[in-house]
Design a protein around this ligand. Structure first.
Ligand code: DP6
Length: 320
């Protein structure tokens, strides 16, 4: 009746932006991501027949804002006729600022809920359930390099390469730690309905996925860098051209991109990617990580720099 799971966020290199089915939260496009190692969320789900309703604590503080999505996730995994739950979450990085905190939160909730209810579900099934709560969460059910593909009425996950087989480093430049103004779900719908670039974005995604997949399988850093930057900037172009426009960047975001370009010019194996927030994630070869960390930390407007290797799948930590 009680289980704790740990999950790490993942960073998309080929992005998910847009939904093909809102009710089932199915993505319009496939995506490819890397699961991190050093940023994490733990979730304890305690099913309790004496509770009158679900309760959620995040870093020891009651969080009623996030509770409906967590309750819905528990309903998906356990069934809506379940016992109420006390859910405790801890997270060692800024929440809801474009650092994929929802991915690790819902991946961990799904695994902990299945553990608490003693359900034996395979990883594909857990990923599908996590994906209903948050599309990107499905990818944190796997470690290393992960592909999420659309398959009929469902999603299909493939582990492309584990973390040890290509141990890249991710340097996250935090430029603002406040939660973002518009949530991803809402922002995606605005793009789908209003961006003149949206249809092209969806149409061309298989091409980007194929290039990135081949680059990962061949461990071709340059090719991965080029397609990941292109796909990221294309997603942001879709957002910028939406009505109202959605611009998640600030001046420091742009300064970090310029810094990454400078590092590339100096021979560093590094590329950038940015999600629905102002933080910049610089992906690099481990031997260049220190130079990238120092350069981004010295960039005006960067408040914090987090460094992570690539890590493993969401998992139970104290099954009982
Ligand atoms: C820009 O997974 O947060 O980070 O399914 O609506 O919860 P919902 O969206 P979410 O969106 C992630 C968008 C992104 C790109 C990505 O991670 O692929």
């Amino acid at each position: 009746m009680r289980a704790t799971a740990i999950a790490q966020p993942n960073i998309a290199l080929i992005k998910y932006w847009g939904k093909r089915n809102i009710t089932r939260n199915l993505p319009a496009v496939g995506s490819i991501s890397i699961t991190l190692r050093d940023l994490f969320t733990t979730m304890t789900v305690q099913l309790d027949p004496d509770l009158a309703g679900d309760v959620l604590y995040v870093n020891d503080e009651r969080d009623d804002g996030m509770l409906p999505r967590i309750s819905a996730c528990l309903d998906e995994v356990i069934g809506s006729r379940r016992m109420h739950a006390r859910v405790n979450s801890t997270c060692n990085f800024p929440i809801a600022a474009g650092l994929a905190s929802s991915a690790s939160a819902f991946a961990a909730t799904t695994v902990a809920a299945a553990g608490a209810a003693d359900l034996k579900l395979d990883t594909q099934r857990l990923a599908a359930l996590a994906g209903r709560a948050s599309g990107s969460a499905a990818r944190s059910l796997y470690g290393g390099f992960v592909e999420l593909a659309n398959n009929g009425d469902d999603i299909e996950m493939t582990a492309l390469c584990d973390a040890d087989s290509w141990p890249l480093t991710v340097v996250v430049a935090v430029t603002q730690s406040a939660p973002k103004a518009v949530g991803s779900s809402e922002a995606m719908e605005i793009s789908r309905k209003t961006s003149p670039f949206y249809a092209n974005w969806v149409e061309r995604q298989p091409e980007d996925l194929s290039i990135a997949r081949n680059a990962i399988l061949a461990r071709d850093f340059k090719q991965l860098a080029t397609i990941a930057e292109h796909n990221c900037l294309k997603m942001h172009s879709v957002m910028w051209a939406s009505r109202p426009p959605m611009m998640f960047w600030n001046a420091a975001t742009m300064a970090c991109l310029q810094k990454v370009r400078k590092l590339q010019g100096e021979g560093c194996s590094v590329f950038f990617t940015i999600d629905a927030g102002p933080q910049v994630k610089a992906v690099c070869l481990p031997e260049d990580a220190e130079a990238v960390r120092v350069a981004l930390a010295a960039t005006p407007g960067v408040t914090e720099v987090l460094v992570s290797g690539l890590g493993a799948a969401a998992r139970l930590v104290d099954p009982q």
